[in-house]
Design a protein around this ligand. Sequence first.
Ligand code: C5P
Length: 221
Amino acid sequence: LSSGPLSGKHVVVTAGPTREPIDPVRFITNRSSGKQGYALALALAQLGARVTLISGPTNLGVPPGATRIDVESAQQMCDAALEAAKNADLFVGAAAVADYRAAEIAGEKIKKKGEAMSLALTRTDDILVRVRAAQPDLFIVGFAAETEKLEAHAREKLTKKKLDLIAANWVGQGRAFDRDDNQLSVFWDGGGRELAQAGKDQLARELAALIVERLHIDNKK
Ligand code: C5P
C-alpha cells in the first residue's frame, strides 16, 4: 500500500525463537512459532509501512510487503536489529529471544560421559535495550509473556527497557505459544488497553492500529 497511516515509514519487526548453538549438532531454543510477530509484520505492511522482518527459524512464509532477514542466534538477531534500526521509524520486538547461550560453543560434537553433565550458560544481550541505547528517539514496542502478575511484570519491562508500548500475554498451560489465537493486554506510560481473545491475525490488526494511534500521539509531544 502506498497510502495508509504508515506509508513512507520503515518498520522493523523481530519474530520467532532464537537458536543458541551448543556444538555443531545441538542448540537451545523455545516454543515460539513466530505467528504473532509475522501477523504483526503483515498488519503493519497493510497499513502502508515498509517492513523489515528479522526472523529466527520458523515454518512461516514471508508476509507480503515484508523483507525478511533470517537469523539463528540472539547475537545474530541483535546485530541485524541494530543495523535495521538505524533508519527505522518504529521497532517491534516480538521475538522470543533466548536469555542465555552456551558460554562456549564446542567445536566438535560433545561426547557422552558419566551419568550427569552440566552446561555453562551466559546471558545474551537484551536486543531492545541495545536498540534503545543506539536510538533514543525511536518508538519501540516490546512483548511480555508472563505466567503470573501480568501487568506488574509488563510495566516493569516497559520502564526498565525504556519502551513506548508493551503487549503482554499469559503463557503456559497451552496459552499463546504455537496457537492460532491469543489475548493481549497492552500498556504504556499512563494507560493501557485490553485486546480480547481473537485469532492472531485479528489481534495483530488491532495491535497495529493501536501502535499507529500511540505513535501519532507520541510524535505530537
Ligand atoms: O525480559 P523479557 O525477555 O521478558 O522481555 C521480552 C521482550 O524483550 C520481548 O519484546 C523480546 O523480544 C525482548 N527481548 C530482547 N532481547 C532479549 C530478551 C528479550 O529484545 N535478549
